[in-house]
Design a protein around this ligand. Structure first.
Ligand code: HEM
Length: 189
């Protein structure tokens, strides 16, 4: 009797599972999303395994002196250059994400953000970064909220380096003696 109940339960489970699997594979969009999830999880697991290898010198680089960047200048810092430093911009702020190299370094799942303004990509769930200055003016309120949330997250985790300059905008001249509060102030300009 109990054997029969167990059999019924297991056959119910397997039919439930097969319904889900069938539903997933019915839509090409679901298949694409599943593929994307598997791919990203694989890349993250792989980069975690790589983490167990000794830390290369490039991940413990000295702090970069505060400075502002044009889009072109930022581009050099995609982790492929000799020192391997990785910078990216979010909402007009440039962050040193070298310690997050497993995400943004060459071959990482979010390498497309390295040396670029990641704002639009982060807000639209698209792992791409443009080559031109992006004023983000066409993003929706929700998307801009998401950009600001990402900015807060980067602020908490990574070192702020300077501003991403609009075309024609002049860089700030950060003096060596400038204290943190001044740096914070210029960051909000
Ligand atoms: C397909 C679904 C996705 C999965 C399963 C996934 C999963 C993950 C996981 C597990 C982490 C690591 C968290 C940690 O160890 O701290 C991560 C980090 C991250 N994800 Fe995704 N992700 C996905 C899609 C995306 C998309 C579409 C974007 C943006 C376009 C994105 C942006 C990021 C960023 C920027 C980080 C690193 C944050 C940092 O620097 O700490 N992810 N993701």
């Amino acid at each position: 009797m109990s054997g029969a109940t167990a059999e019924t339960t297991s056959s119910q489970e397997s039919s439930f599972l097969s319904t889900i699997v069938t539903e997933i594979f019915q839509s090409p969009l679901n298949i694409a999303l599943l593929g994307l999830i598997i791919f990203l999880v694989y890349r993250i697991i792989k980069s975690r395994q790589d983490e167990n290898t000794p830390m290369p010198e490039s991940e413990s680089l000295p702090s970069l002196k505060k400075r502002d960047f044009t889009v072109q200048e930022l581009k050099q810092y995609d982790g492929n250059q000799e020192d391997g430093r990785v910078l990216l911009a979010v909402n007009g702020k440039v962050y040193d994400v070298t310690k997050g190299k497993r995400f943004y370094g060459p071959g990482g799942p979010y390498a497309a953000f390295a040396g670029r303004d990641a704002s639009r990509g982060l807000a639209t769930f698209n792992v791409t970064g443009g080559d031109q200055y992006d004023d983000l003016s066409d993003l929706s309120t929700l998307e801009m909220d998401s950009v600001r949330e990402w900015e807060t997250q980067f602020n908490e985790k990574y070192e702020y380096v300077g501003r991403l300059l609009k075309p024609g905008e002049q860089p700030n001249n950060y003096s060596d003696e400038e204290d943190e509060s001044n740096a914070e102030k210029s960051k909000d300009d």
